[in-house]
Design a protein around this ligand. Structure first.
Ligand SMILES: [Zn+2]
Length: 163
C-alpha cells in the first residue's frame, strides 16, 4: 500500500466536491445555489466560490476537517483509505512519512466526521476501478474526465473575467 494508489491532488478535490455537494455547489454559509466559481486557491486545485446571495467567499475545504491543514488533500485521503484496513497509527505514520503525533491527530479528525468513512469508501471504488482500467489497458474514461475538467476550468475563468 502506498500513496500512488490514491488519485492525484486534482482528483481528490473533485471527490471532495462530489461528497460535499452531490447536487451542485451550495453556499456553506446560507445554503444558496447562487454560487459562482472564482478561480483556484493559490496554486492548488482548491476551487474558490463567491455566494451571490450572502456575498461571502468560501472554498472546497471551508467548513471541513481539511480547512486548516497544510498537508495535501491526497495525504488525508490516503490516511482515510488506510484506515479501512485496520492498520495502526504507527504504521500510518511510517507509510505516509509523518510523525506519530500528526498521524494520531489526522486519524482522530477523520474518525470525528462522516468524511473519513465516505472518503475510504469512495477511494476503494476509485482505486479498484483504476486497477481494472490499467489491467484492461483502457484509458478512455480518463480522457473524458480530463476534457470535462478543462471545460469547467475555462468556464471558471470566464466567470472571473466577466462576473
Ligand atoms: Zn451564501
Amino acid at each position: 500500500m502506498n500513496i500512488e494508489s490514491v488519485p492525484d491532488e486534482e482528483e481528490c478535490y473533485k471527490l471532495l466536491r462530489e461528497m460535499r455537494w452531490p447536487d451542485g455547489v451550495r453556499c456553506v454559509y446560507c445554503g444558496s445555489e447562487h454560487v459562482v466559481r472564482t478561480g483556484r486557491w493559490r496554486d492548488t486545485p482548491n476551487q474558490r466560490y463567491h455566494c451571490r446571495s450572502c456575498d461571502k467567499w468560501f472554498n472546497d475545504k471551508t467548513g471541513t476537517i481539511f480547512q486548516d491543514t497544510r498537508l495535501p488533500l491526497r495525504v488525508w485521503f490516503f490516511v482515510a483509505f488506510m484506515l479501512q484496513f485496520k492498520v495502526s497509527i504507527l504504521e500510518i505514520s511510517k507509510t505516509v512519512g509523518i510523525n506519530y503525533k500528526s498521524a494520531y491527530h489526522m486519524v482522530k479528525r477523520l474518525r470525528s466526521t462522516v468524511y473519513g468513512k465516505d472518503i475510504g469508501d469512495k477511494l476503494r471504488g476509485v482505486v479498484e476501478m483504476g486497477e481494472a482500467y490499467v489491467k484492461a489497458g483502457s484509458k478512455g474514461m480518463e480522457v473524458i474526465e480530463r476534457t470535462e475538467e478543462t471545460w469547467l476550468e475555462n468556464k471558471g475563468k470566464r466567470h472571473l473575467r466577466h462576473g
